[in-house]
Write a protein that binds this ligand. Structure first.
Ligand code: MTE
Ligand code: MO
Length: 173
């Protein structure tokens, strides 16, 4: 074997090693994001105090509904989608948190985004949802280009900035 052939073989072996490592890391990533979805918790806060945490399965067990809403994402035309989720107020009720005499609900996201919801909207029977699926697919995380695992949707709101992607907590005051 001449010197050039040896160098070529070393380079090829290195490339194979790099590719293999990349595949392994990617597989880890896929598993990690799946876990993140399954383990995704949503926290309820009342007057500054953490009152309850829910996993996705627990939220799904409350009262899962399908509803349509118009997604207004920047850079694309408004699009109707079927979302799957639970009325946000039902999650509070499920945690035995009273909705009476309260003034606002504030939803906070993993990226620091917050949305305040007035009580009249919040108490509506078909408006403020915590969704985890769109068109039958999990919303996914910010890391994999999704808008979840949870997204707060105000379906009657014409202003898309009042929806909250990557929602992690809701505080009632
Ligand atoms: N967590 C989070 N939610 C968010 C935002 C955001 O930056 N972070 N942007 C809002 C705005 S301004 C819009 S128009 C809608 C749609 O965002 P998109 O254009 O990124 O799809 O999400 C809203 N919810
Ligand atoms: Mo926006």
């Amino acid at each position: 074997m001449n010197k050039n052939t040896k160098i070529l073989i070393v380079i090829i072996l290195l490339l194979i090693a790099i590719a293999t490592t990349a595949i392994f890391f990617n597989r880890d990533n896929i598993e990690a994001s799946k876990k993140l979805n399954d383990n995704a918790i949503f926290v309820l806060i009342e007057d500054g105090e953490e009152r309850a945490t829910f996993h996705m399965a627990e939220i799904q067990a409350i009262e899962e509904v399908d509803f349509t809403a118009t997604l207004r994402s920047s850079g694309s035309d408004p699009m109707d989608h079927v979302y799957t989720g639970v009325l946000l107020k039902n999650i509070f009720t499920h945690a035995n948190i009273s909705l009476e005499g309260k003034e606002t609900v504030i939803v906070t996201a993993a990226d620091g985004y917050t949305v305040a919801i007035t009580m009249d909207k919040f108490l509506d029977d078909d408006n403020v949802y915590l969704a985890y699926m769109m068109d039958g697919k999990l919303l996914g995380t910010k890391e994999d280009g999704g808008s979840g695992p949870y997204q707060m949707i105000i379906r009657k709101d014409p202003f898309s900035q009042f929806w909250c992607k990557f929602a992690i907590t809701a505080e009632i005051n």
